[in-house]
Design a protein around this ligand. Sequence first.
Ligand SMILES: N[C@@H](CCC(=O)N[C@@H](CS)C(=O)NCC(=O)O)C(=O)O
Length: 304
Amino acid sequence: MADPILHHYPSSPFAEKTRLLLGFKAIPWRSVTIPRIAPKPDLMPLTGGYRKTPVVQFGADIYCDTACIARELERRFPTPTLHPDGDRGNGVMMAAWADRTLFFTVVGVVFGTLGDAVPRELREDRLKFSCGLIDLERYQREQDHLRAQLRSQLFWIERAFDDGRQWVLGAAPSYVDFCVYAPLWMTSRVSQLELLADMPRTREWMARVAGCGHGTFLDTDPKLALEIARDTEPAPVDLDHVEWPPGLGAGAPVTVVADDYGKDPVAGRLVAANAQHIVIAREDPAVGLVHVHFPRFGFRIEPA
Ligand SMILES: N[C@@H](CCC(=O)N[C@@H](CS)C(=O)NCC(=O)O)C(=O)O
């Protein structure tokens, strides 16, 4: 099987979550560095418009969003598992809190604290990208409130280790460890805040998660990633159950778009869908036919 290609940039917390997942599973990977702000000309032929970071490519299969990426890594590389003790539910529920609520609280605290040190083009890009949600001036105004919200959630995390466990769900690392870690890793950009000074168990756990490392990877030219997609066929799709959106079926022209922020629609033909997964097919002159995969949670499918 070809190595996964991670399209990412160093400072992205969701990319850090993915780099650690690859390290934990000891999967060799290729690294393509993408720009931190739009435009992302070498990514667009692969995703068809989705611009969030990261994206993982296996040949002509493109996986958007870390929930979808993690599920695919687990499917292709089941050992070591992200769901020890056969529990595929609890960690994923907690992960949804970490990916959305905890992450956005951290973004508010970090960007609001960095303030004018955030380059103007990054501020403007994120304001537009988030339809006004990532607003540095508002973050600065609401800083006390945001820090209180973050401290509240940090206590929840610290208390998860009250019984002496080493990992959030118990004795072994699992998916949720990487999801909770990623936003906290982002807070290290404002170390002067000392948010974790009185949270020794969280700091020790963070060192354990960081210890998973990033595994071995090869820096790869973005053009090579496009050639790999062009020279490969999408893999056969085999979902364990089918759950079509109302009125839509195989081959229907659709758009798929995130329902929270970064709402750039991707157009294609529906290949498969169920309660967890959406696959669409699209063609681009640079890459030919590709399948683009999204999680079902957090994405809206509409007739094109
Ligand atoms: N739900 C998405 C969130 C990804 C996300 O918000 N990534 C940030 C960077 S950490 C992003 O896309 N920022 C804008 C950009 O990179 O263009 C996931 O799990 O992958």
